[in-house]
Design a protein around this ligand. Structure first.
Ligand code: ADP
Ligand code: ASP
Ligand code: MG
Length: 415
């Protein structure tokens, strides 16, 4: 059972989570619960770091950020003990979560769950601080924003749990962020494949890595509300999903930045150098466009997007490469966003892209970059146009509560 930040935001909610954990235990289950930091704690800790330094040391950042979830776990253990059960809180390190050394976005390499198993055998409820681990060089690491989801899935895999329940502030995974589209439809079941595309397109209800981990280890995720008992959304293998909607969801992000390199020499290896430098700096590059010069010897332009949080690191990493390659300008636009439509049904239906472009054009929304996968179309647009883009696409593809779900050719879809 994993409880997100809003679900443990204050004493009352922490106690509610404690009661829910105890109820699951009393039904006869062994329970491992992963907790997030309370409310906006992680943001506040980031703020504290910024008061100290413009460029905080990543190792120290992780020491700081990991404290938020420890607080939640210790407090919740106290509440559970008062309810007459025995609980033990563990840091990520104590829980055996071993990661690589990339501070602030470490990857889980191994889960050594012996201590958890021993505690469960003693009848204890185990509370694990989410979003953190210990590196192969014995430093505290964190798993990237939203990382408690990944802690939960990794532990579920390690202890061979029946299900990994992700308790959050919405009743499941929706056809779009319900905060932007009030009539978004709750999905009963979504495939790993679609959920991966949604998460990588910004639907932060589940962290991308948690979905990858669940798919790779066959962990069943049940994403549900921490405020009521309703059934949420199951994220499962494709064979278990019954219907194939043409389009399942619209996802968005307003946290992108675009970098454009002007005057890139038109020679083999230039792009390799640019993107190797970004990879070494651990920057996640998303979309890439290279405009090849028409005439021999002219220079090229390379544009790409990175998460806005990575912009500074990307610019720093590019400076030496730019000097080496004689790149004229590095142009940065920090306020970019992305809107994506996802659906396994689009694999076999032409015309989806045309409809997306038309719908956005009718709103006079300029598309700066496009990328596609067999089940996704993403468009980079200005960040302030994202909410409108999400709403019009959600409406145009009739994804709302009364919308169609059956697979139908695009022309026949409108009713
Ligand atoms: P937690 O703190 O529980 O981890 P998050 O804030 O990380 O919760 O994720 C839940 C939020 O994700 C919701 O409040 C919602 O605004 C947002 N969200 C974005 N896209 C979706 C979607 N398609 N379905 C449900 N929630 C979504
Ligand atoms: N507290 C961390 C964050 O805010 C991790 C999480 O909540 O999953 O990103
Ligand atoms: Mg989250």
């Amino acid at each position: 059972m994993k409880f997100g930040g809003t679900s443990v935001a204050d004493a009352e909610r922490l106690k509610r989570a404690a009661r829910r954990i105890v109820a699951a235990r009393e039904e006869g289950n062994n329970v491992v619960a992963v907790l997030s930091a309370r409310g906006k704690t992680t943001d506040e800790l980031v703020g504290l770091a910024r008061e100290m330094s413009d460029n905080p040391d990543p190792r120290e950042m992780d020491m700081l950020l990991s404290t938020g979830e420890r607080i939640s776990c210790a407090l919740c253990a106290m509440a559970i003990n008062d309810l007459g059960h025995r609980a033990i809180s563990l840091t990520g390190s104590q829980a055996g979560i071993v990661t690589d050394t990339s501070h602030t976005k470490a990857r889980i390499l191994d889960v050594r769950a012996d201590r958890i198993r021993t505690a469960l055998d003693l009848g204890q409820i185990v509370l694990v601080a989410g979003f953190q681990g210990v590196s192969t060089t014995q430093d505290v690491t964190t798993l990237g924003r939203g990382g408690s989801d990944t802690t939960a899935v990794a532990l579920a895999a390690a202890v061979d749990a029946d299900v990994c329940e992700i308790y959050t502030d919405v009743t499941g995974v929706f056809s779009a962020d319900p905060r932007i589209v009030p009539d978004a439809r709750k999905l009963d079941v979504v495939s790993f494949e679609e959920m991966l595309e949604m998460a990588s397109s910004g639907a932060k209800v589940l962290q991308l890595r948690s979905v990858e981990y669940a798919r790779n280890h066959g962990v069943r995720i049940h994403c549900r509300s921490s405020f009521d008992d309703s059934t949420g959304t199951f994220v499962v293998g494709e064979q278990e999903t019954m219907e194939h909607a043409l389009i399942t969801a619209v996802a968005h992000s307003t946290d992108e930045a675009r970098l454009s390199l002007l005057g890139v020499p038109d020679e083999p290896g230039a792009a390799a150098k640019i993107f190797a430098a970004l990879a070494d700096a651990n920057c996640n590059v998303d979309m890439i466009i290279q405009n090849e010069p028409l005439e021999e010897g002219r220079k090229a332009e390379v544009s790409f997007t990175v998460p806005r949080d990575d912009l500074r690191a990307a610019q720093a990493a590019l400076e030496p490469v730019a000097a080496e390659l004689g790149i004229e300008t590095i142009d940065a636009v920090p306020e970019m966003g992305k809107v994506s439509i996802i659906g396994a049904g689009m694999k076999s239906h032409p015309g989806v892209a045309a409809k997306v472009f038309q719908v956005l054009a009718e709103e006079r929304i300029n598309i700066e970059m496009i990328s596609t996968s067999p089940i996704k179309i993403s468009c980079v647009i200005a960040a302030d146009q994202v909410p409108t883009a999400v709403r019009v696409l959600h409406g145009a593809f009739e994804l709302g509560a009364d919308g169609i779900v059956a697979e139908a050719p695009i022309g026949e879809q409108a009713r």
